[in-house]
Design a protein around this ligand. Structure first.
Ligand code: CP
Ligand code: NVA
Length: 306
């Protein structure tokens, strides 16, 4: 099928991604100024969730409502998808009824199968492998606070998980260098690292990794689906907490981000969450504006100025 999808950051060109985050900031200003703008009138977003969510669900749903359209929340518990209806069949049927679909699921391959069988655009709202929507908000937030991220060093501290993988793609698309500090056995996908070896450096020591970094990012040590490994992971990641002491080794104006939900006292200290270098609340809010810009691009209601 011929629709354009957003399954990873590589589905958009670096130029389009830049235009998207600039547009997201414009949409933020419009929203904050109370401007009524309804480009999605009569458009419907289908939202399939096979994992929990607060930010992703509310930001997509609000984005559609504020823009004049609607959204339908589909939990796998309550749909035939959760009772074994083939993914391809679900995609063929749903895409005849809605204008655009977002999915949060486990295997990335399931999302790809869905997209191959969908006649409307499909958005990755998190898989075990990638979380590209979060990166749109993160890049918008960095840009709003510090300007262009190209040429800077960013450090990821913690698990080589879906967020880390999307940071590797972001390093390539937004032209920055990514240091990754993780314990042995928790490295990101080896092929992804190899394919981006000019942009990515692996470290064991968070202290060494954050030197000269303009942005430090972390995430939970046990992602959704890994709950049974929580205790083992807390041991493995001891020494990998991001706190103000660690931030003091980064660049003077370095920012801290976390996609949330956060486990205070584990991957991030209580004090850093509210410290002046933390932009986690803007980052969370920007999910709304960045996804509006993404929906505009995929629905074709806005075309970037060249
Ligand atoms: N960051 C993020 O995706 O949050 P939710 O799991 O609450 O959607
Ligand atoms: N890595 C986390 C991100 C949550 C938004 C998870 O997959 O659970």
């Amino acid at each position: 099928m011929t629709s354009r999808h957003f399954l990873t950051l590589l589905d958009f060109s670096p130029k389009e991604l830049k235009q998207l985050i600039t547009r997201a900031s414009e949409l933020r200003t419009m929203q904050n100024n109370g401007v009524i703008y309804e480009p999605f009138k009569s458009k419907v977003l289908g939202m399939i969730f096979e994992k929990s969510s607060t930010r992703t669900r509310v930001s997509f749903e609000s984005a559609m409502i504020q823009s004049g359209g609607g959204a339908i929340f589909l939990s796998s518990k309550d749909t035939q998808l959760g009772r074994g209806e083939p993914v391809a069949d679900s995609a063929k049927v749903l895409s005849r009824m809605v204008d655009i679909i977002m999915i949060r699921t486990f295997e990335h391959e399931k999302l790809e199968t869905f997209a191959r069988n969908s006649s409307v655009p499909v958005i990755n709202a998190l898989t075990d492998s990638y979380h590209p929507c979060q990166l749109l908000a993160d890049m918008q937030t960095y840009h709003e606070h510090r300007g262009d991220i190209s040429g800077k060093t960013v450090t990821w501290v913690g698990d080589g998980n879906n967020m880390c993988h999307s940071y590797i793609n972001a390093a390539r698309q937004f032209d920055f260098h990514l240091n990754i500090a993780c314990p042995a056995g928790f490295e990101p996908n080896a092929k992804l690292v190899q394919d981006n070896k000019d942009r990515v450096s692996l470290f064991r020591s968070p202290k060494e990794a954050v030197e000269q970094s303009s942005l430090v990012v972390t995430d939970v040590w046990a992602s959704m689906g890994q709950e049974s490994e929580q205790d083992q992971r807390v041991n493995a990641f001891s020494g990998y907490q991001v706190n103000s002491d660690l931030m003091s080794l980064a660049e003077k104006d370095a920012l801290f981000m976390h996609c949330l939900p956060a486990h205070r006292g584990e991957e991030v200290s209580e004090e850093l969450m509210e410290a002046t270098d933390s932009v986690v609340w803007d980052e969370a809010e920007n999910r709304l504006h960045a996804q509006k810009a993404l929906l505009e691009m995929l629905l074709g209601t806005w075309t970037p100025h060249s």
